[in-house]
Design a protein around this ligand. Structure first.
Ligand code: BG6
Length: 304
C-alpha cells in the first residue's frame, strides 16, 4: 500500500508515505516552512512544527497507535457525535472518524509552497453498523507557516441528518497551569465537570486551575493561548464553528488514563473548534458543511 501511495501521491523531498508508529501508514511532509505527520488512521495530524519553532501539537508518549483505537494527541477528528452517544452505550466515544482508516484523495502544493492533503471517509460496513446515513467526509489539511484543517461533511442520503463535529486539537504548552486562553471572556459554557451546569466566564482570559471540561457556547474565535513557559502564543482561528471546547484532565484524572502518562497533562491543553449539542449541524440531502481551524504560532517575550 505504501508503494502505491508514494507512486500516486508522493512528491520527492516534500511528501512521502511510510509506516509510522505501530506500523500505521502516515504522510510525512517536509518543506522549508514546516514539517508534519498525518496518519491515514483518523486523518490524524499528530505532528506539526513550523520552521524555527518547537512542535505545536502535543502527542502522548503513551498513545496507542492501533487500528480501532484513538490516538492521544495531535488533532483527533470527532464525527458524527461528540463524547458518548446518547442512548448507545457501546458506541465509541467521539464517533468513528478518529478510529477509521481514511483514504488519500489528493496531494498538492501551491506556488508558495503550502502542501495540501485531502483525505476522505465514506460509509463502510463498520460505520453503517454504528450510524445509518450515507455521507462523505473530507479532511483538507494544509501545511505551511500555518496549519489549516477543514472538515467537509456532505449528506449523500435521501433524508436530512444531523451530526456533531470537533477538531479536538491538543496544543503543546510548556505549563498548562500558567497558560491562559483569550477569546472566551464573558462567554457562557456548559461545565461537563459539574453536571453540564450552564455558567458564564468573567472578563479575564481563561486560566485553568484544575480539571477542565467546558463546552463554550456561541464562540467565533480567534483564541490565543498564551504560554509564558515557552514564551509563545498559539493562535486558533476557526470558521463555521459555533462552539469551542476546552479540556484538560489535570492531575488525578490523567493518572487514571493509561494512554497519557505521569505529568503529561501539564504539557497539553485542548482547544477544540466544534459544533456540538444544540450547535449540531443539520444537512439536507445533497448539502455540505465545512468547518475549518487554522493554527499558528505568535512569538511572545522570552520564556519565563
Ligand atoms: C473532550 C471531552 O472533548 O474530550 C471530554 O469534552 C473528554 O469529556 C475528552 O474526556 C477526551 O475524550 P477521549 O474520548 O479522547 O478520552
Amino acid at each position: 500500500m505504501l508503494d502505491e501511495l508514494n507512486e500516486q501521491f508522493g512528491r520527492p523531498g516534500v511528501v512521502h508515505f511510510e509506516a509510522g508508529t505501530g506500523g500505521l501508514a502516515r504522510a510525512v511532509i517536509s518543506t522549508p516552512a514546516a514539517e508534519a505527520h498525518v496518519y491515514l488512521h483518523g486523518a490524524h495530524v499528530t505532528h506539526y512544527r513550523p520552521a524555527g519553532q518547537e512542535p505545536v501539537l502535543f502527542l502522548s508518549p503513551r498513545s496507542r497507535f492501533e487500528p480501532g483505537k484513538a490516538i492521544r494527541g495531535g488533532v483527533p477528528i470527532v464525527f458524527p457525535w461528540f463524547g458518548a452517544r446518547a442512548g448507545h452505550p457501546s458506541a465509541p466515544d467521539h464517533g468513528f472518524a478518529r478510529i477509521s482508516e481514511w483514504a488519500v484523495e489528493g496531494v498538492g502544493q501551491s506556488p508558495d509552497g503550502v502542501v495540501s492533503l485531502i483525505l476522505a471517509l465514506q460509509p463502510s460496513a463498520a460505520t453503517r453498523a454504528l450510524w445509518a446515513p450515507d455521507f462523505r467526509v473530507a479532511a483538507r489539511v494544509q501545511i505551511g507557516a500555518e496549519l489549516a484543517i477543514a472538515l467537509e461533511v456532505e449528506n449523500r442520503s435521501a433524508a436530512a441528518f444531523s451530526f456533531e463535529e470537533a477538531l479536538h486539537t491538543y496544543l503543546r504548552v510548556g505549563d498548562a497551569t500558567r497558560a491562559s486562553i483569550s477569546g472566551l471572556e464573558g462567554v457562557s459554557y456548559l461545565d461537563k465537570t459539574d453536571g453540564l451546569r450552564r455558567k458564564t466566564l468573567g472578563g479575564e482570559p481563561f486560566r485553568l486551575t484544575g480539571e477542565t471540561d467546558r463546552v463554550f457556547l456561541d464562540t467565533r474565535g480567534p483564541h490565543a493561548v498564551a504560554d509564558p513557559a515557552l514564551g509563545r502564543r498559539l493562535v486558533v482561528e476557526k470558521r463555521a464553528s459555533g462552539n469551542t471546547v476546552v479540556w484538560n484532565p489535570w492531575r488525578e484524572k490523567s493518572a487514571a488514563m493509561a494512554d497519557l502518562g505521569d505529568g503529561q497533562w501539564r504539557s497539553m491543553l485542548c482547544v477544540e473548534a466544534a459544533n456540538v449539542g444544540d450547535g449540531a449541524v443539520t444537512l439536507a440531502p445533497g448539502a455540505r458543511h465545512s468547518m475549518e481551524m487554522v493554527l499558528r504560532v505568535a512569538r511572545d517575550a522570552a520564556p519565563t
